[in-house]
Design a protein around this ligand. Structure first.
Ligand SMILES: [Mg+2]
Length: 157
């Protein structure tokens, strides 16, 4: 089996339902951030992310964000509102942070999944970590109106 092959594929993170998490016995879901939980363009979390996180947690699945983004501020921006643990500058496909988080939380590899949009980082890191890999489609998105204004310099300080 190719090390690039995902164990499951979904279109979007919202398609990973509490039922699926229970069926698949996922106690820990490690999630990529950019183009997985949000589009790369968005600067703040979409509302559906909050309700999805809550539903997963209710199903008994812990979520930790593991991002390659070097900006601590950006990663925390998406995680703090939902009190999610996060790792930035994770250097995937290195699996060191995936394993560190999993061991710290005391979850066995067979109950852990890494979900992300990129073969060369997320999927490979999961394989190196000896956990399952779930692939989502690259999340496209658009800037919200207020973000567009900011982008254009309308609200520059
Ligand atoms: Mg990504």
């Amino acid at each position: 089996m190719s090390i690039f092959r995902a164990n499951r594929k979904f279109d979007r993170f919202e398609d990973v339902t509490p039922e699926i998490l229970r069926e698949e016995k996922v106690k820990l879901l490690l999630c990529d951030l950019d183009n997985t939980l949000t589009s790369r363009l968005s600067k703040s979390p979409a509302e559906e992310l909050g309700s999805w996180v809550k539903a997963c947690q209710k199903a008994g699945t812990e979520i930790v964000v593991i991002s390659n983004n070097v900006s601590k501020k950006r990663v925390q921006n998406f995680c703090t509102p939902f009190k999610l643990h996060c790792v930035w500058w994770a250097k995937k496909p290195l699996s060191v942070h995936l394993t560190k988080v999993r061991e710290r939380l005391g979850v066995e590899p067979q109950y852990t999944v890494m979900m992300g949009d990129k073969w060369s980082t997320d999927i490979l890191a999961a394989k190196f970590a000896g956990i399952r890999a779930w692939k989502v489609e690259h999340r496209k998105g658009f800037l919200k109106d207020e973000e567009k204004k900011e982008e254009n310099g309308d609200s520059k300080k």
